[in-house]
Design a protein around this ligand. Structure first.
Ligand SMILES: Cc1cc2nc3c(=O)[nH]c(=O)nc-3n(C[C@H](O)[C@H](O)[C@H](O)COP(=O)(O)OP(=O)(O)OC[C@H]3O[C@@H](n4cnc5c(N)ncnc54)[C@H](O)[C@@H]3O)c2cc1C
Length: 382
């Protein structure tokens, strides 16, 4: 073996792996991180929506104060196209400074990279993990450059993009693709986000700097066509799809697409390997749950490691406690997201009316509003 036995080996230094390493350090547990990308790789242009609970995690790790380009969401407007029913959520009604925050993935990635460096956490960049083998007292990681490293616990945070991704326990292909880009609207966003449900899929506008980040979910064929439209046709199509609440759509940045699916792989309770973040669950981006659940995975795993004697790290009992502790939050988030996509992505008249009533109830019944908003901000522990 090339390295001594570490406490925890983390595969992947994306946001979830990096947060896990920093949180483990706070718990006095040594982490060693392997990241396939080189250190100077440029993160892609995706935009992330952080829930208020995720801000609290980044605050505790001293990462929040490093972030520059963060836009708070103080109000959310939820509606459905061509049907009744609007619900509005406001941060001041809930006694929080913001319901969530929007920031570029690249900004968060850079801040986390710097925090890892300053904390002196061992991160090996440009090292891809090829496979992981479980032994009685350690899990052994084999790297693509033919090295082996061992640890009592290996946390896989590879975004589900590694070489040996297990078959998900539950999967749903929504037949939808997200078209994402930045857009400029005639009216200023005033920190308001929009979630608009349409029969083709949900569309969201998230305030980002002086623009909006748009996430437009459409059927596979439509999404590719929409993404390829020239700017003027794209803006006109978006205007018809979204309506005029923000005045005219004036400009759009380059469009990117990503396929949408639900995949729940979860984590095993044997083998000294735990999966966290997108490696454990991939969600539809509606209501911005997936990434935030991943950060809570990282935080909860680190807390549990801190409470576990070193000789029990990675034991079946510890992994079972982790799986038990995460179940409600993860299954709740998957169920909530799946319910929204399946209930709203159709034009069946009785369902349309029921959805309208649901939105009216959300608007008119304060305890329901508080329940939904807290669920979105903090997960099952809200
Ligand atoms: C194409 C795409 C676009 C997205 N767009 C949005 C969006 O617009 N808004 C939004 O909220 N969410 C979006 N998401 C989801 C969001 O990016 C994820 O929820 C979030 O990045 C999950 O973080 P993570 O750390 O679990 O995984 P990732 O961010 O995927 O990080 C995984 C890390 O592991 C590394 N890695 C992979 N394999 C190996 C290996 N074998 N060995 C070592 N390291 C490895 C990768 O290089 C990467 O750094 C998108 C996801 C994808 C795939």
């Amino acid at each position: 073996m090339d390295a001594g036995l570490n406490d925890v080996l983390i595969v992947g230094a994306g946001p979830v792996g990096a947060v896990c390493a920093l949180a483990l350090m706070q718990q006095g547990v040594a982490a060693h991180v392997l990241e396939a990308q080189p250190e100077d790789a440029r993160a892609d242009s995706r935009t992330l929506a952080l829930a208020h609970g995720s801000r609290l995690i980044l605050d505790r790790l001293g990462v929040w104060e490093r972030l520059q380009g963060v836009t708070p969401i103080t109000r959310i407007h939820i509606s459905q196209r061509d049907a009744l029913g609007v619900a509005r959520l406001a941060a001041d009604e809930l006694g929080v400074p913001a319901l969530g925050y929007v920031l570029p993935y690249a900004e968060l990635a850079a801040a986390l990279k710097q925090a890892l460096r300053e904390a002196g956490i061992a991160v090996e960049y440009g090292v891809a993990v090829a496979r992981i083998e479980s032994a009685a007292d350690a899990a052994i990681v084999h790297t693509a450059d033919a090295r082996t490293l061992g640890a009592p616990l290996v946390a896989v945070a590879d975004g589900g993009r590694g070489n040996a991704v297990p078959i998900p326990r539950f999967e749903r292909d929504y037949g939808q693709i997200a078209v994402v880009c930045d857009v400029e609207t005639e009216l200023p966003h005033a920190n308001q986000a929009f979630e608009r449900f349409t029969p083709d899929g949900p569309a969201a506008l998230l305030p980002k700097g002086d623009r909006y980040a748009m996430v437009w979910s459409a059927s596979n064929a439509d999404a590719q066509r929409i993404a390829a439209l020239p700017d003027d046709e794209f803006l006109a199509t978006l205007q018809r799809h979204f309506g005029g609440r923000q005045g005219m759509f004036l400009q759009a940045g380059p469009r990117k697409t990503f396929p949408l699916r639900l995949a729940y792989t979860g984590s095993d309770t044997a083998g000294r390997v735990v999966r966290i973040g997108n490696a454990a669950q991939t969600l539809h981006p509606v209501a911005g749950q997936g990434f935030n659940i991943g950060l809570r995975d990282a935080w909860e795993l680190a807390s549990l490691c801190g409470d576990t004697p070193r000789e029990a790290l990675g034991s079946t009992a510890m992994l079972a406690a982790y799986a038990r502790g995460r179940r409600d939050d993860v299954i709740g988030g998957l169920g909530f997201t799946d319910f929204l996509v399946c209930t709203f992505s159709n034009d069946f008249a009785p369902l349309r009316h029921a959805r309208g009533l649901g939105l009216l109830a959300l608007e008119a019944v304060p305890p329901l509003k508080i329940f939904v908003a807290r669920r979105m901000m903090f997960g099952a522990r809200g």
